[in-house]
Write a protein that binds this ligand. Sequence first.
Ligand SMILES: C[S@@+](CC[C@H](N)C(=O)[O-])C[C@H]1O[C@@H](n2cnc3c(N)ncnc32)[C@H](O)[C@@H]1O
Length: 197
Amino acid sequence: MDKPFSQACENNKAPIFAHLGPLLADKTRVLEIGSGTGQHAVWFAPQLPHLVWQTSDVAENHGAINAWLKAFPAANLLPPITLDVSRSAWPTASFDAVYSANTVHIMAWPEVEIMFEEVADMLPPFGLFCLYGPMMYHGQHTSVSNQQFDLHLRTTASYRGIREFHALNTLARNGGLILVDDHPLPANNRLVVWQKA
Ligand SMILES: C[S@@+](CC[C@H](N)C(=O)[O-])C[C@H]1O[C@@H](n2cnc3c(N)ncnc32)[C@H](O)[C@@H]1O
């Protein structure tokens, strides 16, 4: 299979990693939810040789992820497991960090709720949930381009859309996840980090 290519991933992988890498310095096993093309995984994992990076996604994206893993193998980078947050059995292996990029505006809100519940259940004390993507604050978009993107998302499927940071933070708090960082990144995106109490 040819490797599908995401220009956004190429653009955002270095800025994300500059912030994410230090956060994962003492972590041992990371679950990535919605790995997409796998471009983040193949860029991040070799720079984090002290931990294991587990890719995951819905089954139809496994071909793409495997193609990227084949082109850029790393000893600590695992092929994707099937994880549809609302339909799959969640992995029984233990993870002390979860990373997910650009997923909550694609999932339906009930799926987002399930993801937060399951991540909160799965993480041990001090485990991290790192979520990257565009967010709204107090009902306002952070840029005109995000507002346009939100409209585009809602046109493609009415259940999609840029999520309200405070609604996500409420889901996190309900699961015992404490907000430790909300970091601005290029192109009006955020890296939000919660820690299990
Ligand atoms: C916009 S892509 C982002 C991919 C990649 N993380 C990135 O930043 O380029 C959204 C991803 O969310 C995944 N996704 C959507 N709904 C999902 C669900 N219910 N469970 C797990 N993953 C889901 C899609 O399969 C896709 O890989």
